[in-house]
Design a protein around this ligand. Sequence first.
Ligand code: ADP
Ligand code: MG
Length: 334
Amino acid sequence: MIAFKQVEIKYGNFVAIENLNLEIQEGEFFTFLGPSGCGKTTSLRALVGFLTPSRGEILVAGRNVVNMPVEKREIGMVFQSYALFPTMTVFDNIAFGLKVKKFSKTEIEGKVRAVADKIKITDAQLQKNVSELSGGQQQRVALARAIVLEPKILCLDEPLSNLDAKLRIDLRRELKRLQKDLGITTLYVTHDQEEALTLSDRIAVFNNGYIEQVGTPYEIYNHSSSEFVCDFIGDINRLGKNILTEINTQLATSFKTDATGFVRIERCLTRARSGFAVLDAVVQDCEFNGILTKYTLSCMGETVKCLEKNDGYMFYKVGESVELYIDPKDIMQF
Ligand SMILES: Nc1ncnc2c1ncn2[C@@H]1O[C@H](COP(=O)(O)OP(=O)(O)O)[C@@H](O)[C@H]1O
Ligand SMILES: [Mg+2]
């Protein structure tokens, strides 16, 4: 459906994207994930048509679009800043693109109401000025304004970043539902790993203008292909020489002891499992966050974090000795 082929994008002499190669399938929810400044927005804007690559092709349904004007590309776009018309009503904001395209009054009325209904914008809200709405409601309007034009592709650049945590999770869920309903190919930009994992069919992890890995949330999380991905996508423990040597001795494994071993903190356990390495550890710190308690353990002169589900009491106190269980299958080395 969409293909980036050897795409280079520059700002003056600065090369923001050197050689982007990527294919996105029809109907897919595809996310660009990475830290600030790694080139997510730049790549998205080149697809939408706000930037022209200095090299390479961007294909949509087999057609190179790099020289096609923005309005011909049939791509809907929603930004972090809602970019609505502040003095217009919600209705007029949503209707704006339809008016430009010279739809009749009745058609506009019908389309705006249908989309408002899908996105849960009430009749009363349609008559309000956008400035009277909360951030979350404004972002709904921005989404409605993009969707009402029935674009072939929907591009969303950090659309939830300005909203508070609870609202972000509610809207995230709705966005996913809506995308499924519409079946629209969606490109989503975020620096939030949890958002990427929950929403996406596939994720491309960006680092400094390059893609480090493309895969499903499960693949990216459980089979990270580099230290950068593994570190960016979740909470990770770094196992050093002492622990790796001990694990090799106990289980006849062959981890490189002069390289770091990476293991997700929730895969480090304090209750017995067979086939796992068993290490003596001492609790250094407890961090209770409601659902889970994060324990910092000292183990063979190294620090290892682990998580326990909240069962209504604290499992361990600081200073207590515990056994740490690690499955060699969970250890990643690059
Ligand atoms: N208009 C611009 N002029 C010059 N450099 C820019 C411009 N926009 C972005 N950049 C640079 O390009 C790189 C990628 O930026 P961007 O795509 O916005 O990153 P992201 O969206 O991942 O945070 C950064 O180094 C950024 O400073
Ligand atoms: Mg950005």
